[in-house]
Design a protein around this ligand. Structure first.
Ligand code: NAP
Length: 250
């Protein structure tokens, strides 16, 4: 039996891309999944796929940029499945603009989802785990853009850098409760967030050592490892899943 069997894990942004593949993989490994997304149709589809594979999952509609909705997600999960062992704070958006056009609305929109959404997930999940005396695991999705700057990404850079540090800072304070926090920093992953511009995608692909966009399954497998016992000594770190993106410049 898999070590994740019966572990209750929330995946935010589960309706698409990295979240979807991770929800499917964790479920195959035996976890009970709460697929959280504000895209209800997409997340319900993921639940159906998990059930078709004999897994266990349910759906909860939540906008991670709203603290009360994330708190509702955590409370509902415990009512539905009886406990909470983990959360993958993954939902995120992109909004590329030159800095001089980075008006407060464009800045706050990305910060609210990509930074505050992760904070809400960490905070409400950790409070619940401590209340339940569960030694759980929190995994956050950062980005290569959490440690390197990119043109047009001031909002995204700021939010993802915050996720890298929130992962460290949260790990430090939660360790005494047996709660572990880690993160992934994906390179460019072949998901809808990249948009449909093939020329741009080819340009981005060329920045990886193998010259290809990374498939979301490759991030899912690292996230699943971070939730596993094998990763017990990984705490506060954000693991690049970037096919060398951060390691070279052509
Ligand atoms: P994706 O395919 O667009 O999936 C993101 C999912 O999150 C979508 O279902 C989206 O719904 C949902 N979502 C967006 N805002 C939300 C909110 N406020 N509350 C709840 N759900 C929300 O993107 P992805 O590539 O898998 O991205 C997942 C994470 O990886 C993000 O944090 C992203 O920043 C990060 N990341 C991605 C890449 C990449 O190249 N793909 C690289 C580095 C980091 P809608 O479809 O309705 O918007």
């Amino acid at each position: 039996m898999s070590e994740l069997h019966g572990k209750v894990i929330i995946v935010t942004g589960a309706g698409s891309g990295i979240g979807r593949e991770t929800a499917l993989l964790l479920a195959v490994q035996g976890a009970f999944i709460v697929a959280a997304d504000f895209n209800e149709i997409a997340a319900k589809e993921v639940v159906s796929l998990i059930e078709a594979a004999s897994g266990t999952a349910d759906f909860y509609k939540a906008d991670v940029s709203k603290g009360d909705e994330v708190k509702g997600l955590i409370d509902w999960t415990v009512e539905r499945f009886g406990t909470l062992n983990g959360i993958f704070n993954n939902a995120g958006i992109g909004l590329v603009k030159p800095f001089l056009e980075m008006d407060p609305e464009s800045y706050h929109r990305v910060i609210n989802v990509n930074q505050h959404g992760v904070y809400y997930g960490m905070y409400y999940a950790a409070k619940k785990m401590v209340e339940l005396q569960v030694e759980g695991t929190i995994v956050n999705t950062a980005s290569i853009y959490g440690t390197m700057a990119a043109v047009g990404s001031f909002n995204y850079n700021a939010a993802k850098a915050a996720v890298v540090m929130m992962t460290k800072s949260g790990a430090l304070e939660l360790a005494e409760h047996g709660i572990r926090v880690a993160g992934v920093a994906p390179g460019f992953i072949d998901t809808p967030i990249l948009g449909g511009n093939e020329e741009r995608k080819n340009r981005l692909a060329a920045q990886h050592m193998r010259g290809k966009l990374i498939q979301p399954k490759k991030v899912a497998s690292v996230v699943a490892f971070l939730f596993s016992e094998g990763a017990t000594a990984i705490n506060g770190q954000t693991i690049p899943v970037d096919d060398g993106y951060l390691s070279f410049k052509k």
